[in-house]
Design a protein around this ligand. Structure first.
Ligand code: F6P
Length: 374
């Protein structure tokens, strides 16, 4: 951990996919710095893309600029998940030169794992950086809750509740696909909250016959089923479902884009079931809208904590929540890591014990309710 004098001019950017609560962090960082040390806060536009422009795209954030934004979804600064200052030596040099030209003596990076990996790379080049964990996926290493996740779970849960009633009316098997990349946190928590009958995660490849048996048994009793599936999930022996035309980022390396596994699963299940199977892909609706009260508070605490780290001269760190307490972790530990749902997680155990199908042949069979249950 390095320590330096309190920064006087601080840059702030939002990198990667947007999520609810970004503005709450921008507001908290800005207000905390303005109030505590009068530092000037400079908002960099469109994430690292703004830092890679000549000249850099940036504007001053004063008290008025961040007033009234706590409830707003998205980010007032804009974001980009394609620009990467580490993509080439020239890009890194340009980013560092722009930080110098803007007169920044510290930078707050609000982002997910990609942004934290970039932040770590820039910190290694000598930049004073503090990271703030953002992502609806909740998959940042060393942090038990990123802001944005709670709002996404609330959105998916509401969707599941709505799907439940139409599935019931039409005696259908309805599949709801969530985001989350290679982590099943959104599907798991919202599946439990939205009373899904089966929850399928990227961490647990599903056994199609087991899932079909579970749905068929439910059709004979309740006459409908709701399945919640994370976009990165796949059948045992199968491959993840990718969209056909991944976007080409600035560094020329295509980023695989997940999406559509619900339709894939629908096609696999339909011949095995005596009911119509339909798929709903929730997509970006999960990233939009106003943050929940929980996310507003968490984002505010994170933003303020980031300001405290800056004031104390603790750089190269990301603020975290661990054991319910605010903390910090070295960016070096976070970079290029992911936090997925571990085998045996209490939520998985609880789901199985109450009879939710996780698509696991042995374990689900043991917990399958008898066909004649009331
Ligand atoms: O990481 C957040 C996330 O929403 C993932 O859940 C999803 O796979 C991805 O971003 C989608 O990104 P994009 O909007 O670039 O397609």
């Amino acid at each position: 951990m390095s320590t330096r004098a309190c920064p006087q001019r601080v840059g702030i950017l939002t990198g990667g996919g947007d999520c609810p609560g970004l503005n709450a962090v921008i507001r908290a960082v800005t207000q905390s710095l303005l109030r505590q040390c009068g530092a000037e806060v400079i908002g960099i536009e469109d994430g690292f893309a703004g830092l890679l422009c000549e000249p850099a795209r940036a504007r001053r954030l004063d008290w008025d600029a961040v007033s009234g934004i706590l409830l707003l979804g998205g980010t007032i600064l804009g974001s980009s998940n394609r620009a990467n200052p580490l993509a080439s030596a020239q890009a890194t040099a340009l980013a560092l030169a722009n930080v110098r030209r803007l007169g920044l003596d510290a930078l707050v990076v609000i982002g997910g794992d990609g942004s934290m990996t970039i932040a770590h790379g820039l910190a290694q080049q000598g930049l004073a950086i503090v990271g703030v964990p953002k992502t609806i996926d909740n998959d940042l290493y060393g942090c038990e809750r990123s802001f944005g996740f709670d709002t996404a779970v609330a959105t998916v849960t509401e969707a599941l509740e709505r799907i439940q009633t139409t599935a019931h009316s039409h005696h259908r098997v309805m599949i709801v696909e969530t985001m989350g990349r290679w982590a099943g946190w959104i599907a798991l928590e919202s599946g439990l909250a939205g009373a899904a009958d089966a929850i399928l995660l990227p961490e647990l490849d599903y056994d199609l016959p087991t899932l079909a048996r579970h749905c068929q048994a439910r059709l004979q009793r309740e006459r409908y089923s709701v399945i919640c599936i994370g976009e990165g999930a796949k059948a045992q022996g199968g491959a993840p479902t990718l969209q056909t035309s991944p976007a080409l980022p600035a560094d020329g390396h295509p980023v695989p884009r997940l999406g559509g596994v619900a339709h894939q699963l629908s096609a696999q299940l339909q011949p095995l079931l005596d009911a119509e199977v339909r798929a709903t892909v929730l997509g970006h609706v999960q990233r939009g809208g106003s943050p929940t009260p929980f996310d507003r508070v968490l984002a505010t605490l994170y933003g303020n904590q980031a300001a405290q780290l800056l004031l104390q001269g603790h750089f190269g760190r990301m603020v975290t929540l661990s054991g319910g307490q605010l903390g910090q972790i070295a960016l070096a530990e976070v970079a290029q890591q992911q936090r997925t749902v571990p085998a045996g997680h209490p939520l998985l155990q609880a789901a199985q014990q109450i009879g939710v199908c996780l698509g696991q042949a042995d374990r689900d069979r043991a917990h399958r309710p008898p066909l004649d249950h009331p």
